[in-house]
Ligand binder design. Sequence first.
Ligand SMILES: Nc1ncnc2c1ncn2[C@@H]1O[C@H](COP(=O)(O)OP(=O)(O)OP(=O)(O)O)[C@@H](O)[C@H]1O
Ligand SMILES: [Mg+2]
Length: 396
Amino acid sequence: MRVLLFTGKGGVGKTSVAAATAVRAAGLGRRTLVMSTDPAHSLADSFGVALGREPTIVAPNLEAEQIDAQQRLEDNWRDIRNYLVSLLSWGGVDTVEAEELSVIPGLEEIFSLIDVKRHVDSGKHDLLVVDCAPTAETLRLLSLPDALGWYLERIFPVERKVAKVVRPMLNRVTTMPLPQDQLFGAIDSLYRNLEGVRDILRDVSRTSVRLVVNAEKMVIAEARRTYTYLNLFGYHVDAVVVNRLLPDAVTDPWFDRWKALQAEHLATVEQGFAGVPMMRAPLFDEEIVGLDALDRLAQAVYGEDAVDEVLRHIEPPRFERTSDGYLLVLALPFVDRGDVDVFRTADELHVKVGPHHRSILLPAALARCEVVSAGIHGGDLRVRFASPDQGQERGA
Ligand SMILES: Nc1ncnc2c1ncn2[C@@H]1O[C@H](COP(=O)(O)OP(=O)(O)OP(=O)(O)O)[C@@H](O)[C@H]1O
Ligand SMILES: [Mg+2]
């Protein structure tokens, strides 16, 4: 099953483009399910129909669902939360505070993503389209399987088998609540689910993220940060959709400046996402509500092209940890080092090959490092960054 995630800054048109993609795919005969993990759920508004927590048929081949995040949280976290609350209360934390502390921010959304796995496992559809929450939340949510694994490993360091032996002894000497078997069961299944979700989301042949932007400075800046971090975490972005461009039909001189600005920002998108296909959609003269309007939006974005292929074939930049810092690897086939100019500004790395200019926004960890070398090896540009802390340790 193919999985497409749509994300971007608030209000750029994520839900509309996700729904339009689903409408088009269904029209092409793909058994499609579109679901929203955004608690603000506007998928129903987009289709102009009521939607529930189970898939509802909205057109031939097309089902839509809005996940009840609270319910998913209850299903997955109840046993673990109860234990945490008892542990915190035992440690002297007030019960209400313990209840609050036992909920990790972003947890609801991650449990919504477990539904991705459920749907992939069910095999009922050819395509799953996911309308994600605005960028910041999505990012946090996508890295959460790792973060949560880390958290769980540290809170529950006692292996189940060890616990079986140790619990009766400890129970005699301490009143501290110890995890029961049921709890290990809950943690086990949570782990398995989270790992499953992460494997699906990082599988390049199966899952792509599509970034939706408007031709506005701040929106693009945020999308570039998202792009960098998605690459860092191993997620694959295969398209950028620039939505709400002023159409040629708008000739009122009042909009001349806006049009010039949008053209300028389009160039920034081309440079900042080089190698990623860019699709465009105009600002329509009405809201995008209902199947016909969604199909018009799909036509603008995809034309006659397939919507569910992996659209990008160029490798994204890769970040690797080295003994003394980081290595940034960028596919640059068919060029020699002499043809490439590499320079660095505060938080960006610029790569020029002939007339082409590409800029990569560096994640915070790399922005703090020095560039120590750059070279071409086997069709890759490899740029080494050394961490100043490491340098101090070496010098010490
Ligand atoms: N190309 C377009 N032309 C005209 N209206 C549009 C276009 N794209 C989106 N809209 C409208 O803009 C509004 C916001 O779009 P949408 O809900 O898809 O954005 P979103 O990014 O999902 O927002 P949120 O961050 O709140 O989830 C909706 O009313 C939608 O109909
Ligand atoms: Mg939305």
